[in-house]
Structures are given as structure tokens and as C-alpha cells.
Design a protein around this ligand. Structure first.
Ligand code: CDP
Length: 217
């Protein structure tokens, strides 16, 4: 028998803010499962590109996604997405996915599908969930919300250091300005500027705050 309710730590923030590394290390330290919501939007984007669909074509994107089988599992305590039995993990950082994902993720029906997947994970696991709207929209009732940020310069340098061509300024603009679940700081989120902090330092700050909030660790 499962528990009645599971805990969710929400980690939101813009591209290359350090969210993913922080969320992974935090999940490991807490023993919670890790859900990367961006990876689900990326997997869907990859799928529609594979099918020759333009990410800006809302009708065709929605049709293709509605008729695909999107299965989310945990593998080594981390979320994995399979679409029509294909695991696109190795393709999620392709340039074309970087370019298309912010278009696809503006579509309300797509967001609804992804949000349902995330909430489904929370029915059976304690989670660290990273994304853009986790504290504001997906799990607004969780008391454990963090907004991880860094200066645009630092974020750009981090992406370059990963060897990626990623127009993060364009993605930031799209993510902040869209109508559906824009990237905002949830009222009750703790904002952490990671520009001059190591991953360990950020995780340390988050754990200290979780303890203050009474999360049993
Ligand atoms: O790793 P990075 O921060 O660059 O991006 P990501 O977390 O993989 O997310 C890729 C894109 O998916 C974002 O730029 C958003 O457009 C979208 N996204 C979203 O709309 N909502 C989320 N909860 C997560 C990602």
C-alpha cells in the first residue's frame, strides 16, 4: 500500500540556470525520484520533428501528440519518456529540439498532457521536479518551492561549456512571455542566484531551507 500523500520539491528557473544538476543532486541526497519536465517537452518536440511536423502548427502537433503513446517511467529513480515505444533520450539536446521546444510547449493541450504525467508520478513517489511552472502551476500546494537563477552571461557561458548551440535568450523570451504557464517566480518560492555558487552550495541552501520547513530528512 502506498502512502496517502507524497512530497514534491519544485525547482523552477530559466535555461542553463543550473536547475538540472541541482535537482539531480538534491534528489540523490533526499532519496526522492527526479522528474525533468523539460525532457518530456523535449521528447514530444523530437517526436513531432521526426514526423515532419512544424512545431508552430498547433493543430498538427496536437493531433500527433494525442495519437502517440507517451509512457513515462522511472529508471534508476529518474523519469524517462518513451513515445510509441521509442526512447528519445539521446536526441533531446539536438539543435532542432532546442529551437522547437519553446513553440511546442506554448500549446495548452500539450501542457495539459505533460502536467498530468507529472502529477501521476506524484501519486506514488516523493519527487524533485524541475521545470518552469512546477511551483506556480503543476504543484502549487507544495510548500517546497525554489527558483534557481543566474545572470544571463553566466548561463550563456554554462551552455557554451557544455558544447551546445542553444539560443537561450530566444527561449527565455518565449518562456517568460507566453500566455500559458509563463516562467514566473511563485510567490512563496525561495530564489537562489547560482551565478557564483557551486552545485553543492546550492543544494546545501535548499536542504537547509527544507529543514526549516520541517521536511523530515
Ligand atoms: O535545460 P533547460 O533549462 O535549457 O531547458 P529544459 O528544462 O530542458 O526545458 C526546455 C523547454 O521546455 C523550456 O525552454 C520551455 O520552453 C519548456 N518547458 C516548459 O514549458 N515547462 C516546463 N515545466 C519545462 C520546460
Amino acid at each position: 500500500m502506498g502512502k496517502d500523500s507524497y512530497r514534491v520539491v519544485a525547482i523552477d528557473g530559466p535555461a542553463a540556470s543550473g536547475k538540472s544538476s541541482v535537482a539531480r543532486e538534491l534528489a540523490r541526497r533526499l532519496g526522492f525520484a527526479l522528474v525533468n519536465s523539460g525532457a518530456i517537452y523535449r521528447a514530444i518536440t523530437w517526436h513531432i520533428l521526426q514526423n515532419g511536423i512544424n512545431p508552430g502548427d498547433t493543430v498538427r502537433v496536437t493531433q500527433a501528440v494525442e495519437s502517440a503513446r507517451i509512457a513515462c517511467h522511472l529508471e534508476n529513480n529518474e523519469s524517462r519518456v518513451f513515445i510509441d515505444n521509442v526512447n528519445p533520450t539521446n536526441y533531446l539536446r539536438e539543435d532542432r529540439v532546442n529551437e522547437g521546444v519553446s513553440r511546442v510547449s506554448t500549446i495548452r493541450r500539450i501542457r495539459e498532457i505533460v502536467v498530468n504525467k507529472m502529477r501521476h508520478y506524484a501519486r506514488s513517489h516523493d519527487l524533485v521536479v524541475e521545470g518552469r511552472d512546477i511551483g506556480s502551476v503543476v504543484f502549487p500546494d507544495t510548500p517546497y518551492k525554489f527558483y534557481v537563477d543566474a545572470s544571463p552571461d553566466v548561463r550563456l557561458q554554462r551552455r557554451l561549456a557544455q558544447g551546445q548551440r542553444d539560443e537561450i535568450a530566444a527561449r527565455d523570451h518565449a518562456d517568460f512571455s507566453r500566455l500559458a504557464s509563463p516562467l514566473i517566480v511563485a510567490d512563496d518560492a525561495l530564489v537562489i542566484d547560482t551565478s557564483h555558487l557551486t552545485i553543492e552550495e546550492v543544494v546545501g541552501k535548499i536542504i537547509a531551507q527544507l529543514k526549516l520547513k520541517g521536511l523530515a530528512l
